[in-house]
Design a binder for this molecule. Sequence first.
Ligand SMILES: [Zn+2]
Ligand SMILES: [Zn+2]
Length: 352
Amino acid sequence: MYNAKAYAAASATSPFASTRIARRDPTEHDVQIEILFCGICHSDLHLVRGEWSGLMPAVYPCIPGHEIVGRVTKVGSAVTKFKRGDLAGVGCMVDSDGTCPECQAGLEQFCPNMILTYNSPDKHLGGVTYGGYSDSIVVDERFVLRVPSNLNLAGTAPLLCAGITTYSPMRRWGVSKGKKVGVVGLGGLGHMGVKFARAFGAHVVVFTTSPNKKEDALRLGADEVVVSRNANEMQKHAASFDFILDAVSADHDVNAYLQLLRRDGILTLVGAPAKPLAVVAFGLILGRKSLSGSLIGGIPETQEMLDFCGAHNITADVEVIPIQKLNEAYERLLKSDVKYRFSIDMASLKST
Ligand SMILES: [Zn+2]
Ligand SMILES: [Zn+2]
């Protein structure tokens, strides 16, 4: 074992503070990574503040972070995919059983024995896994991604969660040239959805409640922007969409978007409102429409997404912060006061 620097929350109401944690020495299949950047995902905030206690209680001290980009510093003797000095990424998962049907299908995110990057049982050291708000991490090479060398690393970190979360459902439902695609909500997830839909060649429409986001949506690649509170504007798009990505985690009326789908259209939820959504059955029945959900993506598809981003020069729009600004960033995140993701520069952790 060795000591790593990290920022941890001691309880649901404690601010993050500098600490030291134990990391395992790399086993023969492990890759040790010096973390260069870690994105701040809204899930980090939900979990650390105990908002998901029914689903997944946080264990304290809690060290979130699952949008990790860094450089390989050490590899185990059986590691074949990586060598010292390589760029590497780690997303939401660090292990799974590797044998169940989900793992066999490359859909490790649905494995019943999947281990999350933080707050999951740590089979090596006991306790729970610790995430990317840290200067290093040790991960089985099966869960380490290759990072294209041409991308800005601060903006690459959020691809590991926000990126794959939006890429995967668009691939699943065939977003491509000639398709009309909607993205609801222009935040960390939504802005990636716009970039991918654009790169896939679709006609992209952004739905937002804030008219002042219009210019930014167009800059990010939207062809049109609809202010969702404007019923007239909404009506103009009735029954015309092939696919709508709903990235809103606040309470909202999903029926307003179902009626914008054409026959056999798909609406996929990637945001998770706390309150159950009310769905008008006829909104689905008329036009044979589907309402679905999606969770990150498997390791093979996450690699595919990173390679796609390398080829198309796609990264997240980030505000880079030193880790000393972590607590302030959380307060701003609550107000959606970030364009569009915070990315922590881990060089700042050296001075703590
Ligand atoms: Zn996330
Ligand atoms: Zn499995």
